[in-house]
Design a protein around this ligand. Structure first.
Ligand SMILES: [Zn+2]
Length: 803
């Protein structure tokens, strides 16, 4: 962690007008990579600057119209019109009169020309403010202050900073208002709506500013800048200054020695975030970013994050109380875990709870990182008759990291609560076989992790090492099924479930990632009943189908189980503390609250080859996608809150695996379970099949159902099964009687293998071929890796993706 120095004596909160420290720095302005996971121990030798008194009179923010006019009527030099435009009249010499403010005529390169007033505010000599407000005067010296630049982000990106805390000198229009100046915020498809991809100033001059109110004294240490997100226009800020204030009226420019510091922002393109650390951290409540130069063919637009350590605010008696409420009471390992740390954590959980956990791998990533799964069950390693299997898959998009950490938290939590005898957890573990895959795309994660939570941007690490989007990489079975139904061809081969993988997909040269191949094998090996695919970058739960019919870009495309999928999505969305909050702001540009935070995947945007659709069409498993948070890669300090937001949802969603009907399909004579028996529910055009021991699970909403079961060589059997509202399944066992023909066949075969139906044969054959091609690819890769060492060439980068 950051190096902490107590510098009690260096912090001065009570400052008289004639007793102002110079806002000097001994370290030049730097632009460097912030890796939130790497400890940096830069300690500042110079004392932390705390307050300044009367300096410049601020320009009033444009959002508060009452504040548009200056407080002091005697200010004849500077005026600010309603659009926040400044006019300077005879004000250049005034800086000399102000001892606190450095001369404006010595801008550092590449700053503005010397004749331009360097601060956006009026000249410093106007004593418009009587000094720090009373609240600041009353501040005691804090006992200990973090002086390292490892201060966390204020939360512009994570939405911890509210829209009302932003202000600006001017803005182009509402959709480009100051509240849109959040790092990584995404615009809608069209420019010009309410949800554009940055704050953009109305005017192109050096008096424009974006202001953030930290709401409390804060040790500001740096700013991260990014350009505008838009597919239509390119805009970014290349250099900028920073001003700080304790009252939003008097401002002081961040200095680099005797000159005003000019920081370098975006370079050449708008998406990469760039960090600038201040030469000297400073304490204030408000911070302004004041653009100086910008892309020549664009205008002043930026997205930002501000780094700062919150300091105690004695004026706020509720602060201590409210801070205690945030975070989590669960003592879990709340930090970002890279591959090695993840492995270590899983091992520790396994050692802590050896009786109920088991770690296994399902394959390897392109670079050879293992895809670890934590199994949690009262009988790890075994499928128990009648016990449903559940899975969480996280990190399919490597930069959407919340799911990964939540799954790691979840395994810790279940282990500890089971040991403590928490009845809910004991019941869950003894009645369910749980599989947790925290990282489906470990290669992508490591790429994002290297940059860290603030500098990874929006897309870095999303894809596999070969730049494949894994959520488009599963075989598209939807169109195979729809085409077959439309053409009314061989309906036996193209039933409503267990659609076989097409042959092209099983070939060695098929563009299928090793991670996708591993997950497909896993899905076939284990009779999963329910799953969720954890993503990030939005707050919504989506349910199949993800792929629309007839290639529509957006169209509601329900499955036969639409009502149960809606239930599943609702279960998660209604218990997630952020989604359930009706006052939350939208993440980027889409308002999912109007749909109660759930949406059909196709109704959002079409995704052919998604894991959800594949799971539903090729196996018995129902799967939804959870978009867990607006911020794909939140700072580690947000993780306890993310856990609290999702804890109940993660548990209650798992419990849904115990809904509907379940039972065992047996042979009447032998009493043995019958594998691959088809379970059909009347009026639902999606069947499921029994597992190897004859047990089956059919997720259903409450109601009365007519259920028919048949298997090859048996007479069908029908019975009515009632599903109640309680969260437990109705047991509906079936006994099947062999047909005389089947008996005869068996006698003739003299115990030979029973012929399987065409579909099953095809299914098994394709899986064998897929595995064979995977093996061949892995061997080739292993040899070439040995030959080339560990370096890999990257494929070209695709376009910026959706969440
Ligand atoms: Zn995603």
């Amino acid at each position: 962690m950051a190096k902490i120095l107590c510098i009690l004596s260096a912090i001065v909160f009570v400052v008289k007008t004639d007793d102002v420290s110079e806002f000097n720095a001994t370290i030049p302005a730097v632009n460097m990579t912030l890796n939130s996971t790497v400890n940096r121990t830069i300690a500042f030798k110079t004392p932390v600057f705390s307050l300044f008194s009367t300096t410049t009179t601020a320009n009033k923010p444009v959002l508060g119209k009452k504040n548009m006019r200056k407080k002091n009527a005697d200010d004849k030099r500077i005026d600010q019109d309603e659009d926040g435009k400044h006019e300077t009249k005879n004000g250049t010499a005034d800086a000399k009169k102000e001892p606190d403010c450095p001369p404006a005529s010595t801008p550092s390169s590449p700053g503005p020309p010397a004749s331009t007033p360097s601060t956006p505010g009026p000249p410093a000599s106007i004593p418009s403010s009587p000094g720090p407000p009373a609240s600041m005067m009353a501040l005691p010296d804090p006992p200990c202050v973090v002086t390292s630049p490892d201060c966390p982000p204020l939360g512009l990106k994570s939405l911890r900073v509210d829209d009302s805390q932003f202000q600006a000198s001017s803005y182009l229009r509402m959709g480009l208002g100051p509240h849109r100046a959040r790092l990584n915020i995404q615009s809608g498809i069209e420019d010009g709506d309410m949800y554009d991809g940055a704050w953009c100033a109305k005017y192109e001059d050096q008096h424009q500013w974006l202001q953030v109110d930290a709401l409390r004294p804060t040790l500001f240490t740096g700013v991260i800048l990014q350009g505008r997100n838009s597919i239509w226009s390119w805009d970014w800020v290349e250099t900028y200054k920073v001003q700080l204030s304790n009252d939003s009226e008097t401002w002081k420019t961040c200095m680099n020695g005797t000159e005003e510091a000019v920081f370098v922002g975006s370079r050449n393109e708008p998406e990469t975030p760039y960090l600038a650390l201040f030469p000297q951290p400073a304490v204030a409540r408000w911070i302004r970013i004041n653009p100086q130069t910008w892309y020549w063919n664009g205008t002043i637009c930026l997205r930002a994050e501000v780094l700062g350590c919150p300091l105690p605010d004695p004026d706020n008696v509720w602060q201590h109380f409210s801070e205690k409420l945030s975070g989590s009471k669960d003592n879990l390992d709340f930090r970002h875990h890279n591959y090695k740390e993840m492995r270590k954590l899983m091992k520790a959980v396994n050692e802590e709870c050896p009786r109920i956990t088991r770690i296994y791998t399902i394959g390897k990533s392109y670079t050879g990182l293992k895809l670890y799964v934590m199994e949690i069950s009262d009988n790890p390693g075994k499928h128990e008759l009648g016990e449903p299997e559940f899975r969480y898959v996280a990190g399919m998009h490597g930069n959407e990291v919340v799911g990964r950490e939540l799954v790691l938290n979840l395994m810790q939590y279940i282990c500890r609560e089971f040991r403590r005898g928490n009845p809910r957890i004991v019941r869950l573990v003894t009645t369910t076989r749980i599989h947790l895959l925290p990282s489906m795309n470990p290669d992508g994660y490591e790429t994002a992790f290297e940059k860290g939570s603030e500098l990874a941007g929006w897309a870095l690490g999303r894809y596999s090492y070969e730049w494949v989007d894994m959520n488009h990489n599963f075989p598209d079975l939807n169109n195979i099924m729809w085409d077959a139904k439309e053409n009314d061809t061989d309906m036996v081969k193209t039933a409503n479930h267990y659609i076989p993988i097409p042959e092209y997909y099983t070939k060695e040269d098929a563009f299928v990632t090793p991670e996708t191949r591993a997950v497909i094998s896993w899905m076939q090996d284990i009779p999963f009943v329910l799953s969720a695919n954890l993503h990030g970058g939005e707050l919504v739960v989506t349910y199949p189908f993800d792929c629309t019919r007839d290639w529509a870009p957006q169209e509601n495309t329900p499955t036969a189980d639409d009502s149960f999928f809606r239930w599943l999505a609702t279960v998660y969305a209604s218990t997630n503390l952020v989604m359930a909050n009706p006052d939350r702001r939208i993440c980027h540009s889409e308002d999912f609250q109007q749909h109660n935070n759930i949406i059909n995947g196709g109704a959002w945007h079409t995704v052919p080859g998604s894991m959800n659709d594949f799971s539903y069409m090729h196996t018995n498993c129902f799967e939804v996608t959870v978009e867990l948070s607006c911020d794909k890669f939140p700072h580690a300090s947000e993780l306890p809150t993310e856990w609290e937001n999702n804890k109940e949802s993660l548990l209650v969603y798992m419990e849904q695996v115990h809904r509907g009907i379940k039972g065992v399909v047996r042979d009447k004579m032998t009493k043995k379970g019958i594998a691959d028996a088809i379970v059909k529910v009347e009026d639902l055009d999606h069947d499921i099949r029994s597992a190897a021991d004859g047990d089956y699970w059919r997720l259903l909403n409450p109601g009365e159902y007519k259920v028919t079961v048949w298997a090859e060589g048996y007479f069908p059997s029908m019975r009515r099964c009632n599903v109640g509202t309680e969260a437990r399944p109705t047991i509906c066992d079936f006994i099947l009687i062999k047909t005389p023909r089947q008996r005869m066949n068996e006698i003739l075969a003299k115990g030979g293998r029973l012929p399987q139906d065409l579909q099953l044969k095809l299914r098994a054959l394709r899986l064998r071929k897929l595995r064979a091609s995977t093996k061949a690819i892995n061997q080739r890769r292993k040899h070439s890796r040995k030959a080339r060492g560990t370096r890999f060439a990257r494929a070209p980068r695709p376009l910026t993706p959706l969440a």
